[in-house]
Design a protein around this ligand. Sequence first.
Ligand SMILES: [Zn+2]
Length: 298
Amino acid sequence: MQNADTTKTKIGIIGGSGLGDRLAGSQNVEQVYVDTPFGPPSGPLLATTWHGVDVVFLSRHGEGHTLPPSAVPYRANIYALKAVGVTRIIASGAVGSLREEIEPTHLVICDQVIDKTHKRASTFFDKGVATHVEWAEPFCPTLRQSLIAASSDDKTLHDRGTYVVMEGPQFSTRAESHMHRSWGGDLIGMTCCPEAKLAREAEMCYALVAMATDYDCWRESGPAVDKHTLLNEIIGHLNNAADSAFALIEQTVKTLAGEDAPDCHCQSALELAIWSNKSKVSLTLVKKLAPIIGRYFR
Ligand SMILES: [Zn+2]
């Protein structure tokens, strides 16, 4: 695997198949197959130049949406993006809204996370090296601001929101949904973690465009709405939100054209985070994690 040039911004976009189809339909894309020490990523990386910016798209749930949230190879995905030189990640994902004012089809540029997942490998540093990154601010503030500034519609875009990440695949009970609201959660979804945590460990900026598709079950929809109508409604909301998210990401990418790699804390997250005596960390491990920690072991 080549060592990547990290002096220029290269943007990774992680999304559902809707976004990938839109990007692939508008661009000549090159499929790049990357293998990693954590196995293959969810699918090939789609590389292109979009408005003068090097962009790599990855479909989180794989071709045909066959990977449920608990089975997404998050470590392989983030490792692969890092290995090809991605410096910033804009992710998107469908969520349920826990707040009346976040209406279905609205977008949220999340600023906080409550991680309830418990079945997923959530670190690159599970053995051989003790590493503790800062996580108080889980999303890149600079990239969040770029997304917020690129929006032309402040009625349907929310500039903050707390994302509760649940394991799934079942949705919440009504009691859980009310509990998430009482915790201060604004959105409920299944994929933001460990993705955002791993991006921080890999020293990449990461921001999330959450697409609200429904009100979760805390808000009762009333007896008149049948299941099929409700499902069609949710699919319609998702399509509308994906159109808006695509437009927002495109506008953001345009504003980032020509920028150097950003100078924010995400880009040096490991600087004070490696607590092990480096002389005791095995060379094999350093080699395995070279795109992520190599520069601290030279
Ligand atoms: Zn950043």
